[in-house]
Design a protein around this ligand. Sequence first.
Ligand code: ATP
Ligand code: MG
Length: 792
Amino acid sequence: DTARADALLEGLNTEQREAVLHGGSPLLIVAGAGSGKTRVLTHRIAHKLATHQVRPSEVLAITFTNKAAGEMRERVESIVGPAARSMWVSTFHSACVRILRREHAALGMRSSFSIYDSADSQRLLTLVARELDLDVKKYPARALASKISKLKDELVDPDTYAQSSGAASGEADQFDAVLSSVYTRYQQRLRAAHALDFDDLIMTTVHLLQAFPEVAEHYRRRFRQILVDEYQDTNHAQYVLVRELAAAGEQGVPAELTVVGDADQSIYAFRGATIRNILEFEADYPDARTILLEQNYRSTQTILTAANAVISRNPGRKPKRLWTDSGAGPQIVGYVADNEHEEARFVAEEIDRLGDAEGVRPGDVAVFYRTNAQSRALEEVLIRVGLPYKVVGGTRFYERKEIKDAVAYLRAIANPDDDVNVRRVLNVPKRGLGDRSEAMIAAFAERERISFGAALERADEAPGVGTRAVTGLRAFAELMSGLRDLADSGAGPAEVLGAVLDRTGYLAELRASDDPQDGTRVENLAELHAVATEFEQAEPDGDLTDFLERVSLVADSDQIPDVREGEDVEAAVAAAREQGVVTLMTLHTAKGLEFPVVFVTGWEDGTFPHLRSLADPDELAEERRLAYVGLTRARLRLYISRAAVRTAWGAPNEFPASRFLDDVPEELVDWKRKESSMAVLRAGGSSGWGSGASAWGGRGGSGGSRPRRDLDSPVVTRKALPSTGATFGSATPRPAGDVPSLEIGDKVTHDAYGMGTVVAVEGAGPNAVAKIDFGTDGTKRLLLRYSPVTKL
Ligand code: ATP
Ligand code: MG
């Protein structure tokens, strides 16, 4: 055993060893990326077991994914044998489920309680909203779900919320009062159904431990080693849960608590994670020991220097230096593309070239981007050149629900007899058309031997359909025939798609929601709109049917099994490597992982950092941490690229270089192409990179230049890769200096929508996006540089 324990300490540096050997007081390991934090946790458990300081059943280790938990358990098991099986190694959610299944009696629940996923809880919220007779347009289920989820992250139960919001005393504003009653009713119905939603798992466990001292005492006695990985991303509820479990209890001796994390990698503030948990650990646990790890074992010095340079610009952080003795390694490769398609082609060509020149396999490569919508351009090129890939932690572009919904509409418009697609969109977004009415219409259609769509127009003749349903069904039929008229009048696919998203209220519903996922859906739909626009440019004679044919071809070429949302990220990555396929993922999903070759794409102000962070210092700091996470995933080769023009929000935009690039020391980067061909062609235009001058004067640059239309970049005409036919839309931006600077409350006029009032502004200067309420025309989100808006 001693030999085994000693062997565990070999292959660790001094600080790592100290962390493994530490006993007694709480232990905080704060350290930069790749410094062995996760490795220390594993070795610490194994060592405590091998030296009999703790029994397996006394261990509780919390990891970020189930796969990480599995790996940790396996490694410990290989050292101490099958006894390790009685350790608890799991995510926060799984640990809570285990506790709740055991203690269900105290809560008055069946042990077989159900766990509602987000679709289930939204369905329940829709029922609650109906029961309370709420206007679903004003209070969409998604928005309510996201608010309630945030309250639960903060451990605010319905009664507490009724008090704190003033709803109980009648002093709350309308929204808070509604939210309070929805929350109360929702929670009652969950309870009646013996169900818990995802956020309840943590909140209920905390309440259980706090309300039942004997239950808390049981777990405090049981768990003597508590370890938490990625501690920087715990939210308040998780923080309190750990505190409850690691409290002293009656025996007076608290469990040994070890948390590891990196404040610089905190990237889940939008989900309620609070960096405070790590920054104030020492204050919360006065006798805590802190160990810093500074040696990085993952990346080359070049990669680390770049990552350090970027993160060091964040205010209020504890400075730390990461170093490695693995040598400088190759330079970072940089590339400035004319547009996102060319950027994607660059990535594909490099992967190909690395394969030929250095034997790099696709499975060694990961490509990161800021938002899911960006995967589309990459996917298209990878499909065309036949490089196998996998989108991890998200759904392939054409398999995303919002994209399928939109395409289903287009199909239903192109073919009124396409029953499957007509029925798919019948109640999307929700129009109160129930399954029963649908079944009645289907039966009527069958009897009359007409299509479902045709039957809709004669809904009043169908037996068993109530008058209200008839009205709804006919309204839907009219909506569809209006859209068909538009398509028949020669409107292109982009215009038809725009009309679909607008007239159905689909986009409005997503925009009204403050769930970040719905923001993503809007971005994806904007991306689909861009696909349609490009199609129109490339094939001026093509109609809706031609466009749909092309979409089917691309969508069907997905040969590799899809990775679903909520699926185990590390398992998917491992599978991708085994299959030898390129891994595509967002920067958020990449946390904790490592790859020999990493491409971080889209380094543009407005893409990364994200547009909505530009005006908010806190959000900008989080974006910078995301950059740090991304750069530090690379072991050997790192690529950074940007596109001078990217289609976003439905229009091609010229984006300045990301401000983060300015911080990467120039000698570390080998720029294969440093300026887009536009920058060269533009009279007097200074380059975006290096000088700090952006292409359109975002930060004291030259400004005033407009993107050229119909750019023929050298790469587009290259024959090695087939062209995606990318050209640019007709939207002509105004010079940066002419973008009106708007504030909330300003009155404006718009050429098409007329008078409006500004209700929100995101970003500044040429990146500014304003949300403007145009009264009966609705609220629009407009990129001011491309919108005919005048301030009054
Ligand atoms: P992140 O912040 O990204 O989660 P981390 O701090 O958890 O990173 P690990 O994933 O534990 O870092 O380690 C990074 C890499 O370095 C792994 O491949 C690990 O096996 C290796 N490593 C860690 N410590 C040592 C060591 N002392 N000797 C050799 N390799 C090590
Ligand atoms: Mg780790």
